[in-house]
Design a protein around this ligand. Structure first.
Ligand SMILES: Nc1ncnc2c1ncn2[C@@H]1O[C@H](COP(=O)(O)OP(=O)(O)OP(=O)(O)O)[C@@H](O)[C@H]1O
Length: 252
């Protein structure tokens, strides 16, 4: 059994009157891929965003309960959210490179965190692009605009950008849903590599993808976390009838 990296305890989240997360408790294991699955609007993205306090930015949001990272309460008022988001990085559904060069996209985070030395930045940019399996494709285009890349390349660049600040956890919100099948495969292969060094939590609509790439799976339904287990168990031996109905395609 792997160690717990993140623990959510009785987490409730309200967007105004909308009770979007209902007493969700979950242990997210270190250096493993955890997939969040469930029908549209069930709270997967909302839960994902509670893990680096991205929902704090939503007006009218109310959060109760606890989330700990390595045992520390991330909702403690003393927590610096910039440092939290450095540790817990995020990749979104639509690739969103900044309108600047490939190099500057990856160097952006390290620069913000105070790294100015050119040789050090060069090293970080190369290492991050390599980790995102895109260095060879882009090594001759580092000074070119990131907006000229294909969607799949942009998404791997965004992963490199997230890795450049040396996060411990990577949150991915449907990172392949805007990509073609070949780019999707590249990102899935990449995730298999990333699990060696990072704790990865991914929201996916695609159950085959969850089954292929994740070690653990959590099934959400209308704001509740219905079932959590190893991906093998959730797909082959679901305990809850609602999980079984969903994974066998009876609803959703
Ligand atoms: N910023 C927001 N403000 C108000 N309500 C929101 C906001 N984001 C999400 N919601 C609501 O919270 C509920 C859960 O949404 P969420 O996006 O977490 O679901 P999801 O499972 O990720 O859905 P999808 O698979 O369609 O992305 C929905 O009822 C949604 O309308």
């Amino acid at each position: 059994m792997l160690a717990n990296k993140i623990t959510a305890e009785k987490l409730n989240l309200y967007y105004g009157e909308n009770h979007a997360l209902k007493s969700v408790s979950m242990n997210i294991r270190e250096k493993a891929v955890t997939a969040l699955i469930g029908p549209s609007g069930c709270g997967k993205s909302t839960f994902l965003k509670t893990l680096n306090r991205m929902n704090d930015l939503v007006p009218g949001v109310r959060i109760e309960g606890k989330v700990t990272l390595d045992g520390e309460d991330i909702y403690d008022p003393a927590v610096d959210t910039t440092l939290l988001r450095k540790k817990v990085g995020m990749v979104f559904q639509q690739p969103n490179p900044f309108p600047m060069s490939v190099y500057d996209n990856v160097a952006y985070g390290p620069r913000i965190h105070g790294i100015k030395n050119k040789a050090k930045l060069d090293e970080i940019v190369e290492k991050s692009l390599r980790s995102a399996a895109i260095f060879d494709e882009l090594k001759d285009r580092l000074k070119k605009s990131a907006l000229g890349l294909s969607g799949g390349q942009q998404q791997r660049l965004c992963i490199a950008r997230a890795l450049a600040v040396e996060p411990e956890v990577l949150l991915m919100d449907e990172p392949t849903s805007a990509l073609d099948p070949i780019s999707t495969l590249k990102i899935e292969d990449l995730m298999a590599e990333l699990r060696n060094d990072y704790t990865v939590v991914i929201v996916t609509h695609n159950m085959q993808q969850a089954a292929r790439i994740s070690d653990y799976t959590a099934f959400f339904l209308v704001g509740e976390m219905v079932e959590f287990g190893t991906t093998d168990d959730i797909f082959a031996r679901p305990k809850d009838k609602r999980t079984e109905d969903y994974i066998t395609g009876r609803f959703g």
